[in-house]
Design a protein around this ligand. Structure first.
Ligand SMILES: Nc1ncnc2c1ncn2[C@@H]1O[C@H](COP(=O)(O)OP(=O)(O)OP(=O)(O)O)[C@@H](O)[C@H]1O
Ligand SMILES: O=P(O)(O)OC[C@H]1O[C@H](OP(=O)(O)OP(=O)(O)O)[C@H](O)[C@@H]1O
Ligand SMILES: [Mg+2]
Length: 300
């Protein structure tokens, strides 16, 4: 399958990573028509097919060469890598880019009423998790004798159900832990979504050329999201102060303003957003018509 002429990309069918991964593919110019029932989607403008699967399967599909690329959370990727290594299966892949979504952490959490003085408090205890390999690695690194109990879902209910003493699960806002009377204690892994590719050299020249053309576009999309185009009218007398307030404004475009001798228009691409506080300072310097605009694409 991986040897078909079309580049195969695995994405999570439905879950936390699905929408952002599809949005990123669309933003880099890949036209996709996704029908909810269908597990394969074809691009209409590039030789690319999308395979929509459970995220658990994505690392294996890439490492076995069934697909060429995959969007996956680092937590799941690392877990599957450890699992395959322990079974002596090949676990080769290449991380092409770390992405700007899917941010979460894998943490140990305990019931509110449990006294916790560090990881040694878990000596001899059972900890429910969907990530037994990551958790056991952490136990080993800390010389703790504890048991990971594998649960594929609803990990948060394990202590109440008497299945385990504590849990190790993904946390983002912490709302799920709080709702279940659990307290986050130790972060054992920090994760973001990544784009991975089959082992170095495994792709045909044509496919690799396509990937090499697409990856810089991802950089462009991420960079554009973080950047802003800023325009304002500034009093000439305060131009230097104005420049020093604008992030990344070493070389702004300064243009004359029709009908005004003492003010100019300043345009700058800023690598970051402009805080309200900075806008207020600019205004107090006499700047007017301060506009902060999103940038859709960037290159060069
Ligand atoms: N609360 C969160 N905030 C941000 N990212 C998260 C959060 N929870 C999980 N993630 C990231 O998204 C990935 C997918 O999470 P999701 O909950 O959709 O997985 P799942 O239930 O295992 O889905 P599937 O049905 O595909 O197996 C996780 O492995 C993690 O990398
Ligand atoms: O700290 P929080 O912001 O509350 O997020 C944490 C929750 O998010 C994830 O589950 P998700 O909501 O994706 O549902 P799932 O149980 O189907 O995986 C994760 O498994 C936690 O349960
Ligand atoms: Mg999953």
């Amino acid at each position: 399958m991986g040897d078909s002429k079309r580049l195969r990309i695995a994405v999570q069918k439905s879950g936390r990573l699905s929408d952002d991964s599809i949005a990123l593919l669309k933003a880099i110019g890949i036209k996709l028509y996704i029908r909810d029932r269908l597990l394969i989607a074809h691009s209409t403008n590039e030789p690319i097919d999308l395979l929509r699967v459970r995220d658990d399967d994505i690392p294996g599909l890439v490492m076995d060469g069934i697909v060429d690329l995959g969007f996956i959370g680092e937590n799941e990727l690392e877990e599957k890598m450890l699992e395959r290594q322990s079974a002596n299966k090949a676990a080769d892949f290449e991380v092409l880019r770390r992405l700007d979504y899917g941010g979460c952490r894998l943490s140990i959490a305990v019931p509110q009423e449990m006294k916790y003085d560090g990881i040694q408090s878990l000596e001899g205890k059972k900890v429910a998790t969907t990530y037994p390999y990551l958790l056991e690695r952490y136990f080993k690194e800390n010389n703790i004798n504890a048991r990971a109990v594998m649960l594929t879902g609803s990990v948060e209910v394990a202590p109440r159900a008497g299945v385990a003493d504590a849990i190790c699960d993904l946390v983002s806002t912490g709302a799920t832990l709080e709702a279940n009377g659990l307290v986050e204690e130790d972060v054992i892994f920090r994760s973001k979504a990544v784009l991975i590719q089959r082992a170095d050299g495994a792709l045909s020249d044509e496919k690799q050329a396509l990937v090499n053309r697409l990856v810089p576009r991802i950089d462009g999309v991420i960079q554009a999201k973080e950047s802003k185009y800023i325009m304002l009218h500034a009093p000439k007398a305060y131009l230097e102060q104005v420049k020093s307030l604008l992030p990344g404004a070493e070389n702004p475009t300064v243009l004359p303003l029709a009908g005004s001798d003492d003010a100019v228009a300043v345009h700058v691409v800023s690598p970051e957003d402009l805080f309200w506080e900075t806008m207020e300072k600019l205004k107090s310097l006499g700047c007017r018509s301060i506009l902060v605009m999103p940038i859709e694409k960037m290159m060069g």
